[in-house]
Design a protein around this ligand. Structure first.
Ligand code: COA
Length: 260
């Protein structure tokens, strides 16, 4: 598919997806949402690709929803509004449930839906100085479809403050509240992202997919309610070809077949 709003680079097991609308700081409109979702689906079906890196071209990672596009929604029917909202929600869910790990390379600004995208990713790494914010309330809006992912990362106390004030905050605060995993000087951002990618490539691809599913199933549940599930997953995974290969490789003092 020809991409108008994105750039895609595939190098061995790593796919880099660049939001590419720098003139509006990579704000997303309907076309970008469609292209991103389709691109992610394609990458999930591509055997050689094991890690996805999401970044933004130009000065910022992502300024959230395109406010001209959002404003134009007032002229749409409720059905059309629900359809557009659902497409947006599906995009965040695709990132979140992707069996392949998604690393976010964050710089400049990650605001509104852009901060939501960060929250939906597995390993967000940001440049110091990046501006974050759930600015929706200042626009008379709410961070609706991103809220499950953001709440999962920062919890209710921080969300109560940041969703209500709509204030902007810096990478160090984003790390303190759990929105990102690392904050590094801008000149070190690519090296830091590459470091995370390298670590992910040491892990079994099926194990990563299983671990993501495990986290989704177990988080916030009572131990008694998930214990049987965890026992079953362990039984399945340790007898799987990948589990067997991983343990054999360790015992034979060699790298497993998937490690770079
Ligand atoms: N939707 C549509 N257009 C946007 C946008 C958005 N979310 N964010 C930025 N733009 C546009 C600006 O209107 C401007 O357009 P212009 O060149 O026609 O004037 C252009 O992108 C550049 O923005 P500018 O503010 O001049 O760039 P900057 O680098 O100084 O600041 C941001 C970048 C992202 C910090 C700033 O644009 C901003 O705060 N944007 C609003 C983000 C927001 O609140 N998003 C939440 C959406 S729910």
């Amino acid at each position: 598919m020809d991409l108008e709003r994105l750039q895609l680079e595939i190098e061995g097991p790593v796919a880099r997806v660049w939001l590419n609308r720098p003139e509006v700081r990579n704000a997303f409109d309907g076309l970008m949402v469609t292209e991103l979702r389709k691109t992610l689906f394609d990458l999930l079906g591509r055997d050689g690709v094991r890690v996805i890196v999401l970044g933004g071209r130009g000065a910022s990672f992502c300024a959230g929803a395109d406010l001209a596009w959002m404003k134009a929604m007032a002229g749409f029917t409720r059905e059309e509004n629900l359809g557009e909202g659902q497409a947006l929600a599906d995009l965040f869910f695709t990132v979140y449930e992707s069996p392949k790990p998604v690393v976010a390379r964050v710089h400049g600004a990650a605001l509104g839906g852009g901060a939501g995208l960060v929250a939906a990713c597995d390993v967000p790494v940001a440049a110091l100085g990046t501006q974050f914010g759930f600015t929706e309330a200042r626009l008379g809006l709410i961070p609706a479809v991103i809220s499950p992912y953001v709440l999962g990362k920062i919890g209710e106390p921080a969300a109560r403050e940041l969703f209500l004030t709509g204030e902007r905050f810096e990478a160090v605060r984003a790390m303190e509240i759990g929105l990102i995993r690392a904050a590094v000087p801008p000149e070190d951002l690519d090296a830091a992202v590459d470091g995370r990618v390298k670590e992910l490539l040491q892990a079994g691809p099926r194990a990563i997919a299983e671990a993501k599913a495990l986290i989704r199933e177990v988080a916030y549940r009572r131990v008694e309610d998930v214990q049987r599930y965890t026992v079953e997953r362990l039984a399945d995974v340790r007898t799987s070809p990948e589990g067997q290969e991983g343990m054999r490789a360790f015992l034979e003092k060699r790298k497993p077949s998937w490690a770079e």
